[in-house]
Design a binder for this molecule. Structure first.
Ligand SMILES: Nc1ncnc2c1ncn2[C@@H]1O[C@H](COP(=O)(O)OP(=O)(O)OP(=O)(O)O)[C@@H](O)[C@H]1O
Ligand SMILES: Cc1ncc(COP(=O)(O)O)c(N)n1
Length: 274
């Protein structure tokens, strides 16, 4: 039997299970990838919003990273909520000269509107982590901060994806269209070609953790050895199913359904889960 693929997420937590480390590990498991995690910040949050945050010390985050990386080598790594400049510098130090595929979900603000990254870090991520990325997956507001111009339609998203690759140094970028009107279109630029990933927009409020889920699915596929394009296409399919079959949990923006892909094509399931 081949050795199982493993992936590492470095991110903040969500005790309500829809976003952050908890979502990432569920997605890795669903994708048959062995999941490992390093916690940067412990977040008191749920589907209604963020109540409080405690950042772990740099020393302790480093101990967690060393514990994993000196024992089990991941085949792919993702970062999510990296809230401070010191955390970014630590991770950049650990990942410089690494050839492990690295996905950055540059989490800045939660769906609820609560900030998950301080102002200085929003600027500093551009020079510390982004140049190390195999794929960066910003939503529209995050992409606007990274590139410094407004994004109103798909052509702007294309331009932003190219700036993130050609000027900021990432190998590929997926600018997610969840925050634009109309179809849910994501623009992938891999340094050579532009690809549009389009699906009909579902009318749902259950979108807590969509970005975490999408980027974790991409990471899992890279860990299995898929190309960036194939990993992003499979990741888009995974998140679309997770949004399409909501679980109806919580009193706010509920979590997506991480086993939604298993319901695809089964008659009556969509109605049963609505
Ligand atoms: N209502 C929807 N219907 C279909 N797809 C959607 C919908 N909302 C978001 N998506 C898709 O979900 C993925 C995540 O996009 P989004 O822009 O919501 O990320 P995000 O804002 O980073 O998520 P998060 O809520 O974790 O911050 C993208 O592939 C996007 O196109
Ligand atoms: C720890 C952590 N990481 C990321 C998100 C973004 O997800 P969302 O915008 O859907 O709340 C979050 N809420 N919490």
């Amino acid at each position: 039997m081949d050795k199982v693929a493993s992936a590492l997420t470095i991110a903040g937590t969500d005790p309500s299970g829809g976003a952050g480390i908890q979502a990432d590990l569920k997605v890795f498991q669903e994708q048959q990838v062995y999941g490992m995690s390093v916690i940067t910040s412990v977040v008191a949050q749920n589907t209604l919003g963020v109540q409080d945050v405690q950042h772990l010390s740099i020393d302790f985050i480093e101990k967690q990273l060393d514990a994993v990386l000196t024992d089990i080598q991941p085949q792919a790594i993702k970062t999510g909520m990296i809230a401070t400049v010191d955390m970014m510098k630590l991770i950049a130090n650990k990942l410089t000269n690494s050839d492990i595929p690295y996905v950055i979900d540059p989490v800045m603000v939660a769906k609820s509107g609560d900030s998950l990254m301080d102002e200085t870090s929003r600027q500093v991520i551009r020079n510390t982590l982004i140049p190390l990325a195999t794929v960066v997956t910003p939503n529209i507001p995050e992409a606007e901060i990274l590139v410094g111009f407004e994004i109103h339609h798909n052509q702007d998203a294309e331009k932003a994806a190219k700036v993130i690759v050609d000027d900021l140094g990432a190998k590929a970028a997926v600018v997610k269209g969840g925050h634009l009107e109309g179809e849910a279109v994501d623009v992938l630029y891999d340094g050579v070609d532009l690809h549009y990933l389009k699906v009909d927009r579902f009318d749902t409020k259950h979108t807590h953790g969509t970005g975490c889920t999408f980027s974790a699915a991409i990471t899992a596929e890279l860990a299995k050895g898929k190309s960036v394009k194939d990993a992003v296409v499979i990741g888009k399919d995974f998140i679309t199913d997770a949004i399409q079959y909501p679980l109806e949990l919580g009193n706010g923006h509920g979590p997506t359904n991480h086993w939604g892909y298993r319901l695809k094509g089964l008659p009556g399931q969509r109605e049963a889960n609505k």
